[in-house]
Design a protein around this ligand. Structure first.
Ligand SMILES: *Cc1c(COP(=O)(O)O)cnc(C)c1O
Length: 385
């Protein structure tokens, strides 16, 4: 069936920023030189034109570039007026930065479990977490798949809560044919170098269709000020650098192609691995157009599989091995193992396979052959349900 290359050792990186850079290098260097020559190093026309283009491809009215995705998380909640004493519901299976937005506001994260197939917030468990202090729900579009926004919106409306999107992993992802970014009241994005749209340094963005929220986002991103030395609200320095705006504008032109390529790789992984009963593949929900920031499978003997793949030169990742409720920094919230069973199973069994737009078919077949070999040689026999 496959031409097995099990005896030749190949190196398959988890992602390869160098290959990606080589495809845009000339354009990027031209843009960066222009920024350096201009001496406009922060915000300015390069950031503004990126904001416009990024808003346009997410059908959004307002978008502001920020200094990182983590800062965008904080800015989004801060602009909504989240503060001390407030509670915000988030899934436990996310990167910790989702929670920092809440703690930086002085508010308290309230944890919820994920759905066993979508890996996104399970709306069925949420309503029991809502108290008089709850102010918002943050839907993380994990791995690049949109959360079930209609269900979450219904709960948010019933209890007069804000609905926030953490779209750090979900550039161009869709829910029922609509791009993420304006499905909630406000959204945050990350342009961390390894994200689907990555800067060459730190970067992020906030997005909304609400003019009032947009005004606050813009003010608070830049010291609460529109006119120099006049500070009408609290704020911070969450501005995007001009160089990052210029680089992101170049890369944004290719994002749709890169996303299509990610989807093609994911499809091929599913075709080649579909018959291996020990592997649980990612599921694309009927309402979603997944952008596969990560391709995450579940295997019960994860440590052994990861080691065998590493020996074959294949780099993999874990997203994420410790759910938030088991992190030392949140021990004061008093949670224990068993509180969030779906997220805990995912943390134990998840394995992220290499996926990046420039990945070759030979590399993909090599990964699949070695993965199959882990099970057919009875190295590992157990089943993941
Ligand atoms: C990457 C990421 C962030 C943080 O973004 P940075 O740009 O690294 O600060 C926040 N939330 C999620 C879900 C992420 O994956």
């Amino acid at each position: 069936m496959f031409t097995s290359q099990l005896n030749n050792v190949m190196k398959v990186p988890f992602l390869d920023l160098k290959r990606n850079y080589s495809t845009v290098k000339d354009e990027v260097l031209r843009e960066v030189t222009e920024v350096l020559d201009s001496t406009q190093y922060i915000l300015g026309p390069k950031v503004e034109s990126f904001e416009k283009a990024f808003a346009l491809c997410h059908d959004a009215d307002y978008c502001y570039g920020t200094s990182s995705g983590t800062d965008a998380n904080h800015l989004a909640l801060w602009a909504l007026g989240i503060g001390p004493g407030d509670e915000v519901i988030i899934p436990v299976n996310t990167f910790v930065a989702t929670a920092w937005g809440i703690t930086l506001c002085g508010a308290t994260p309230v944890f919820a479990d994920c759905h066993a197939s979508s890996y996104n917030l399970d709306y069925e468990g949420i309503e029991s977490k809502i108290t008089s202090k709850t102010k918002a729900i943050i839907a993380v579009h994990l791995y690049g798949q949109a959360a079930d926004m209609d269900s979450l919106r219904a709960i948010a409306n019933r209890h007069s809560l804000f609905l926030v999107e953490d779209a750090a992993q979900a550039h161009l992802a869709e829910y029922k044919g609509k791009r993420v970014g304006t499905l909630g009241d406000v959204a945050s994005f990350s342009f961390y170098p390894g994200k689907n749209l990555g800067a060459y340094g730190e970067g992020g963005a906030v997005m909304t269709n609400d003019a009032g929220i947009a005004h606050k986002l813009k003010l608070m991103r830049d010291h609460g000020s529109e006119t120099k030395y006049q500070h009408v609200s609290y704020g911070h320095n969450y501005r995007m650098e001009s160089i990052q705006g210029a680089i992101l504008s170049v890369k944004l032109k290719y994002l749709q192609d890169w996303t299509d390529r990610r989807r093609a790789i994911a499809k091929r992984y599913c075709e080649l691995l579909g018959d291996i009963k020990q592997i649980k593949l990612p599921e694309e929900m009927p309402y979603s157009r997944h952008v596969f920031h990560l391709f995450v499978i579940q295997v019960s003997e994860r440590a052994d599989v990861q080691k065998l793949l590493a020996e074959a030169g294949i780099s993999t990742g874990l997203h994420y091995p410790i759910p938030l409720h088991m992190q030392a920094c949140f021990s004061h919230l008093g949670h224990k193992l068993g509180d969030y069973p779906n997220a805990e199973a995912l943390a134990d069994n998840c394995l992220s396979l290499p996926i990046f737009p420039e990945m070759t078919d030979a590399e993909l077949v090599y990964v699949c052959d070695h993965l199959r070999n882990c099970f057919t040689n009875k190295v590992i026999a157990q089943n993941v349900s």
